[in-house]
Design a protein around this ligand. Structure first.
Ligand code: 3H9
Length: 699
């Protein structure tokens, strides 16, 4: 028998409508059609007095089926399905469990009564996918919770807890003890029948009050916070306009706005980002490979990075021993970890009791490698120096048990060389965290050729446990992210030498959607970091490569960026975020004179054209060389580690929207000026010739 995604049955005088569409009961065409059939069956079933709508599996409906976006919409449409349910003459009770999101909550709002199971999370996260709630959410939720509360839910796209849902009236009741949705529904349905409850429709409720002043403030705030994005403002428009119209008119307006957003490039980019984040961990090399144990973790080095890694693991419930070289460094590390955990309590990520328990039972510092003998996995996070790493890995090899995984958090050193310091190179891999490690979600899992498949699988299982987005990277200087970063920073310096100011570059880049431009980022990281990187590379650098000496000059003057109050920008109490500095421009002007450069103007468009062309071209090199498994791995890396605007999908997705031929033509034109820097990536050339897109390599 073929699987029916929606089933109708009856228990006594209670009709049961069960959605069963794994994994998350998303509402696709077959579910919509099934719901209409079941609503008709219930209406015609004279023995049924009430219907219980619930879901099989781990969750109520998690939303409309994302896979249908980008394809022509097919009837029946979700707003009509919800309306059909709401219009029924007999009461419908909805039981929500798991994650009832987007179209799932909208479906529930069409029911006449709603109960939630413990652990329920609900919300309208459509704006995070570049959409607005398009099945009545902008019209029904404000009638239930008031306009402001409903708008906050839609704009933030956040998940609301069961308790909050009860408080806001989204559910009528929170089932006190864990029950399955069907049983909970039957109990509540009997109670409703005993009370003689009839249909209760949100569409019949009066529209919400509109406080114009508050809405104006919200609009201004939203426009600033979600700069460049369309969906949040459209959601406000749908809900506010709907409050001044009859329900049916409001629904029409919502639908028109929804369909417009559905076709938008921002929706395509945001859905790409959502799907790419899930696909990064789907790699053929992991199929059927069982990860090793990793619940007992060791961390070597208790600086900010090592402590952040320890905290990230502690928050995920792992047991951590942190090794430092002496008692005073260990005490310092203990303090840093305690402080980070206290901050997590402040941010609401942890209770105070849990913090005490973690520090008492899950965490300890040590000063001897022998303390790491029982660890399943050890991550080294010490200073970036090969001699120091040699000492660490020699000791780890000596003391760690057989089968323990030895990981390095290096951001650029040669991992095969580190692995060769041990007698077990198959057990070595890179786990490259981003700072602060307990907050940033990106984890590059760097895989030397010799690494055993179950060690790679353990890296991914570990990343998942920590709530990270893990991306597989091959071995090269900078792996995926920092390698691409070096190139788009370099092209910025090229433009500054030719006449753009660092402030013009930063402005163009932030207007494009990055939270900060490359020079503001360097100030934040510290100009001393860039100086050390240049020193490290000096010996092996190709003499044709342009290296800005103004950055060295700034470093020599003690200008280390934000922390010293002066970098590319001047930071003081008047300008905590920094203001342009004429002296920086003078230093740059002197260098232009040395090179005999007559400065020229750069428009924002030209800055972005060069910046993005450099980023895309290097990304294509990275994919072509197999450093990134697919274009989507580059996108996820740049989205989560480098502030790439999510609503543009990542550099490879963005490149596809621009047309690869056009990008290649630009790069070839730039190569006329500087053939050394602008080397068109063979993969880009090939795809452009074959009229294919980067996305063709994602499946
Ligand atoms: C909407 O509803 C529009 C309506 O207003 C209007 C209509 C007219 N569709 O994340 P996971 C897949 S817009 C299809 O790994 P978790 C997901 O790709 C939608 N598939 O699990 C993955 O597949 P795979 C509004 C979906 O436990 C698998 O399910 N809703 C959908 O970490 C497991 O997902 C949202 O924005 C979907 N809607 O998290 C909610 N959702 O195994 C989006 C998930 O092949 N979803 N899949 O990679 C989520 O936030 C999370 O998936 C959820 C589960 C919290 C539900």
């Amino acid at each position: 028998m073929t699987h029916q995604p929606v089933r109708y049955s009856r228990e006594g005088d209670i009709a049961l409508i069960c959605i069963d569409n794994p994994p998350v009961n998303a509402i696709g065409q077959s579910v919509r059609a099934g719901l209409i059939d079941c609503a008709d069956a219930f209406a015609a079933d004279t023995a049924a007095r009430i219907a219980v709508l619930y879901c099989a599996g781990r969750t109520f409906v998690a939303g409309a089926d994302i896979k249908e976006f980008g394809k022509p919409a097919t009837a029946p449409f979700l707003p009509d399905v919800v309306a059909r349910l709401e219009a029924l003459e007999k009461p419908v009770l909805c039981v929500m469990h798991g994650t009832a999101l987007g179209g799932g909550l909208e479906l529930a709002l069409g029911a006449h009564y709603r109960i939630g199971l413990p652990g329920l999370k609900t919300g309208l996260p459509e704006t995070s996918l570049g959409l607005l709630p398009g099945a009545g959410g902008t019209q029904r939720l404000p009638r239930l919770t008031g306009l402001e509360a409903a708008l906050e839910i839609m704009i933030s796209a956040r998940h609301i807890s069961a308790d909050q849902a009860l408080e806001m009236g989204i559910i009528d009741e929170l089932v006190p003890a864990a029950q399955d949705p069907r049983t909970a529904g039957l109990v509540k349905a009997r109670e409703l029948m005993a009370m003689g409850a009839g249909p209760r429709r949100l569409c019949d409720m009066p529209p919400p009050q509109v406080n114009k002043e508050q809405i104006d403030t919200l609009r201004a705030h939203t426009a600033a916070r979600y700069r460049g994005q369309n969906a949040q403002m459209a959601a406000i428009d749908a809900a506010v306009s709907g409050a001044a119209m009859p329900f049916a008119e409001g629904m029409k307006h919502e639908r028109a706005l929804f369909l417009h957003l559905r076709e938008s490039p921002q929706r395509a980019a945001l859905v790409h980002a959502f799907q790419a984040e899930r696909k990064v961990a789907q790699l053929p090399e992991l199929d059927g490979v069982t990860p090793r144990a990793f619940s007992l973790l060791g961390v070597v080095g208790g600086g900010r990075m090592g402590s952040g890694i320890a905290v990230s693991a502690l928050l995920a419930g792992l047991d951590v021993t942190l090794l430092e070289r002496d008692a005073s460094s260990a005490a310092q590390a203990q303090q840093t970890v305690a402080q980070m955990l206290a901050e997590s309590v402040k941010r609401g990520k942890l209770t105070d009791e849990a913090r005490t328990r973690i520090l008492g039972q899950q965490f300890r510092t040590a000063e001897s490698y022998a303390a790491l003998a029982d660890r399943d996995m050890v991550i080294e996070a010490v200073f970036e120096d090969m001699d120091i790493k040699r000492e660490v890995f020699t000791q780890l090899d000596r003391h760690c048990k057989a089968g323990a995984i030895l990981a390095t958090n290096t951001s650029y050193l040669d991992i095969p060389q580190i692995a060769a310091m041990t007698t077990r190179p198959t057990d070595v891999l890179g786990l490259h965290f981003f700072s602060p490690a307990h907050i940033m979600r990106l984890l590059e899992i760097v895989v030397p050729k010799a690494t055993a498949p179950d060690v790679v699988a353990t890296g991914f299982a570990f990343g998942k446990k920590l709530g990270k987005v893990s991306v597989r990277a091959g071995v090269c200087d900078g792996f995926i992210g920092n390698r691409i970063l070096q190139v788009y920073r370099a092209v910025s310096d090229h433009m500054v030498l030719a006449g753009a100011s660092p402030y013009e570059v930063d402005r163009a880049v932030t207007e494009f959607g990055f939270p900060m431009g490359p020079y503001a980022v360097q100030d934040l990281a510290g100009l001393d970091i860039g100086f050390m990187t240049r020193q490290r590379k000096a010996a092996t650098r190709d003499p044709r490569e342009f290296v800005a000496r103004w950055a060295d000059e700034m470093h020599m003057r003690g200008w280390h960026g934000r922390k010293s109050g002066q970098g590319y920008y001047t930071y003081d109490t008047d300008s905590p975020k920094g203001r342009p500095c004429p002296e920086v421009e003078a230093i740059i002007a002197a260098e232009r004179r040395e090179y005999g450069v007559t400065p020229r103007n750069f428009s924002s468009d030209e800055i972005i054209a060069r910046y993005m062309a450099a980023m895309v071209n290097e990304s294509a090199h990275v994919v072509g060389e197999g450093i990134a498994a697919r274009p989507l791995d580059v996108d996820v890396t740049l989205l989560h580690g480098y502030g790439f605007p999510r609503w543009r999908g990542g550099p490879m997705h963005w490149a596809d929207t621009q047309g690869l031929n056009q990008l290649l033509a630009q790069i070839e034109a730039f190569a006329q000026e500087d053939a050394h820097f602008w080397r068109p990536a063979p993969l880009l050339v090939q795809l452009a010739q074959e009229k294919r897109l980067f996305s063709s390599l994602n499946s």
